[in-house]
Design a protein around this ligand. Structure first.
Ligand code: PGA
Length: 227
């Protein structure tokens, strides 16, 4: 199985979200899992767009509260998003950097997401990948896929080289002790996605900027079946 994960970050208006779903055409393909992570306010509408258009897309949220519910102003809890999505993105380097999320907070988020029966896309970056991974309780990793994203590659147009990413993917699998899915993220575009998909140990891609445009995203996802 190959994973194609679109991380929209804090982009798009509601109209732009609807336009994206108007343009996208993805048929089901049992070799790939397409996951789109829109901002929280568009999850519900995105869910209905996917149903209406019979798209083969699952939804993920970009974050989750580490608390169950209660007096935590501004937080979005697992039960609030559960009706709309199957996946939760946790530990993105932008959350670690701008919102000072610690390894412990990220571990708490992973636990709460797994307990609520989400699958987790656990983001780790260089040079701290090893300690970020070690912070997660090992029994929770069965519900995770790992996204390896070197900070220098995110949004920079300077992707990692596929050989290095493949080597890191191998280390992640060795450290977890099983064939945990590992996706690569950082400046993935339709021109370079195939190199990453062909690299050993890399089970897919996490895409920011290039996923915002429906046509670009289709090119990326369809690269899997093209020769
Ligand atoms: P990018 O972002 O594709 O725009 O580099 C990737 C990410 O941050 O998930």
């Amino acid at each position: 199985m190959r994973y194609f994960i679109a991380n929209w970050k804090s982009n798009k208006t509601l109209d732009e979200t609807l336009e994206w779903f108007d343009q996208i055409q993805l048929n089901s393909n049992d070799q790939r899992q397409v996951i789109v992570c829109p901002p929280f306010p568009y999850l519900q509408q995105s869910y209905f767009e996917i149903k209406k258009r019979k798209l083969s897309i699952q939804l993920g949220s970009q974050n989750i509260s580490p608390f169950p519910y209660g007096a935590y102003t501004g937080e979005v809890t697992a039960p609030m998003i559960k009706p709309w999505c199957d996946w939760v993105l946790v530990g993105h380097s932008e959350r670690r950097k701008y919102f000072h999320e610690s390894n412990q907070e990220i571990a708490n988020k992973v636990r709460i997401a797994v307990e609520a029966k989400f699958r987790v896309i656990l983001c780790i970056d260089e040079p701290y990948a090893q300690s970020q991974l070690a912070a997660i309780e090992s029994e929770l990793l069965n519900s995770c896929i790992v996204a390896y994203e070197p900070v220098s590659a995110i949004g920079s147009g300077q992707p990692d080289n596929p050989e290095h990413a493949s080597q890191i993917a191998g280390q992640i699998k060795a450290e977890t002790g099983f064939d945990i899915p590992v996706v690569y993220g950082g400046s993935v575009k339709s021109e370079n996605v195939k190199e990453f998909l062909e690299a050993e140990g890399i089970d897919g891609v996490l895409v920011g900027g290039a996923s915002l445009d429906a046509t670009q995203w289709e090119f990326i996802v369809n690269r899997l079946v093209e020769n």
